[in-house]
Design a protein around this ligand. Structure first.
Ligand SMILES: NC(=O)c1ccc[n+]([C@@H]2O[C@H](COP(=O)([O-])OP(=O)(O)OC[C@H]3O[C@@H](n4cnc5c(N)ncnc54)[C@H](O)[C@@H]3O)[C@@H](O)[C@H]2O)c1
Length: 365
């Protein structure tokens, strides 16, 4: 059995997936048809690995990791006999469909064929192949070696063993797989992001708030909690009585806000009960106060981290410190950011003081 993972397409996501697998000590065959890109692939990987090492996020040398990745210009050489393919070609339906047809012939007969697609429903890939039971979308965040979540999206033809195998493999290489029960446009990641963006644009359009302050509300408010809690977990810990009390108190206000935007999806008793049960499997309600203290401890740890990490102050970070792959990912640490960072963290510290000790307020925070 060929133990390699085939990564198909060596652009930004293919390079990043190669790092995920190679860092987990799996050999990677990286197919990239463009000669120039293929020749640069290992340099790109090395730059990103050095940046990871600079942040103490590699447990071996960048050279040892990159040695597990073999860029090739021939699809058969990459995928022959492999049991898992992570397709990362351009977001073009016809191109992906023809690739899946080829991959079905080349990979092992029971290989999992996973597409990284951000928006193509797996059913449109499934109809391209003879055996659609092993096709799914495994949609990562960008880059997947820094954002562990990966959405596993089945078509109606995908069998459970395909999802099980993708889940097990991706978990074994350090990812955090989420299984969708069925395909839906945007999957979950982009639907959640879309809900926030739609409202943010409306608030700007209606003259309620400056765009910079929308980002500030997220950065210095909601995002701090959402860095370690989901939206259901957040309201569970914000309100004594948890999700159920929150829905009773705040549900009508949220329904009015939704109606203002033409959305009519009330939180029914059954939906709230389902969410409440799920959240309590992590946060049993009889320990609510302990969990609130835990949340505040994490917020304090984050606040301390923000204060000692001027890098977080952002876009002044223009000069690559050690050649980290994507300057947009903020992997650099220029001194120019320090003053801005100090001012911002001081402001955040004052706001934190004002908020302190206020854990059981009734509204949303
Ligand atoms: N960039 C993101 O933020 C992001 C996030 C999640 C998922 N995705 C998805 O990942 C996939 C790849 O996106 P990307 O941003 O890396 O694109 P990209 O354009 O950076 O890379 C695509 C690569 O595929 C190569 N390629 C072209 N034709 C090919 C073929 N026939 N077979 C194999 N490779 C081919 C290109 O030369 C290029 O190197 C897309 O489906 C995209 O929707 C992207």
């Amino acid at each position: 059995m060929n133990q390699s993972i085939a990564v198909v397409g060596g652009g930004s996501i293919g390079i990043a997936w190669s790092i995920v697998f190679a860092r987990a000590k799996r050999p990677v065959m990286l197919y990239e048809p463009d000669d120039a890109r293929r020749e640069l692939a290992q340099d790109d990987v090395m730059r990103r690995l050095r940046a990871l090492a600079a942040h103490d996020l590699l447990d071996e040398s960048p050279g040892d990791v990159v040695a597990r990745i073999e860029p090739v210009g021939n699809l058969s050489a990459a995928a022959r006999g492999v049991s898992y393919v992570q397709e990362c070609a351009p977001e073009n339906l016809d191109l992906k469909r023809s690739l899946f047809q080829e991959l079905e012939e080349i990979a092992a007969p029971d290989a999992v064929l996973a597409s990284s697609s951000s928006a193509i429903p797996p059913s449109l890939l499934a109809t391209a192949v003879r055996d659609p039971s092993r096709v799914l979308v495994a949609h990562p965040g960008n880059p997947p070696y820094l954002l562990p979540v990966v959405e596993l999206v089945p078509s109606p033809e995908t069998v459970a063993t395909t999802l099980d195998r993708a889940h097990a493999l991706l978990e074994s290489v350090g990812m955090s797989p989420v299984r969708l029960h069925k395909e839906v446009e945007g999957f979950v990641f982009n639907r959640l992001q879309g809900a926030v963006l739609r409202e943010a644009y409306c608030l700007v359009r209606d003259g309620v708030v400056d765009p910079r302050d929308v980002d500030k509300v997220m950065r210095d408010g909601l995002g701090r909690r959402w860095a370690f809690l989901g939206p259901f977990e957040t309201v569970e810990l914000n309100t004594e009585g948890g999700v159920d009390a929150h829905a009773t108190r705040m549900g009508p206000a949220y329904a009015r806000m939704g109606a203002e935007r033409g959305q009519h999806d009330p939180w029914t008793e059954a939906m709230v009960a389902q969410v409440s049960e799920a959240v309590q499997s992590r946060f049993p309600r009889d320990r609510w106060r302990d969990h609130v203290l835990w949340r505040d401890s994490v917020l304090m740890a984050l606040e301390a981290f923000y204060r000692r990490t001027p890098l977080l102050s952002g876009p002044a970070a223009a000069e690559p410190a050690d050649g980290g792959g994507a300057s947009t990912s903020g992997e650099n640490d220029p001194g120019a950011a320090r003053d801005v960072g100090a001012a911002r963290t001081a402001g955040a510290a004052n706001a934190t003081k004002k908020r302190a000790g206020n854990v059981a307020e009734t509204g949303d925070r």
